[in-house]
Design a protein around this ligand. Sequence first.
Ligand code: ZN
Ligand code: ZN
Length: 229
Amino acid sequence: MPSVKPNSTISEYQDFVQQVYGLHNMRNYSVGNLLTNTQRFAMRGLKGIRKKDREKTKINLLLSLSWLMSIMNHLHIQIEDEIWSRFPYLCSYCSTCPCSCKEKKVKKRKSIPNNVKALKPATLSDFQKMFRRIYPPEERSLEHGGIHLAEELGEFSESVLTFRGQHKEEDFDKISKEAADLYSCLMGVFNSIEVDVSKELSTLFSNDCHVCKNAPCTCSFDFVAKFKF
Ligand SMILES: [Zn+2]
Ligand SMILES: [Zn+2]
């Protein structure tokens, strides 16, 4: 039975999503459908922030993250590689750790140096710790983290739309970068509400689909569209 373990890597989690949801996604979902689900669960997560409901935020953002993995599988992007090349223990914008975008009022993206010495985090959990170091949650409010997440989801959506319109290689590369930025913002909110993502995923996905308990998942399109926490 496919499952996510507390020490799974990001790639193993992405593979789990493929094993359980890949078939259903390929048959029944367009990239647009997958994107809509990524967005709607993220927005429900933001509602949890407004309502000060940590559980609501937690479960909805875990689901949004899993839909993001479905998009990555659909487009054959290995998100772990993209995350590491964009955030090698450095902020992707100011190139420091912790991020100094605010103090230094960085207006233009600095390129990541070629001679990064830091070791790539091994597991999903190690990556979350890395994001806590780059973007300490104490430096901004949870609401601020939520707004940043919404912004990045908008940019990711734009990159998908642009690629679907033009089918250009450079637009495809933009999707990977925006997906990595979105991942970092999801981790930012999880760090703010002190959610251990790999532990929660291993509980939610202890075996097969978390709802129908099948692999491949047999939840119908219609059922998923109405599914909410
Ligand atoms: Zn920065
Ligand atoms: Zn299912």
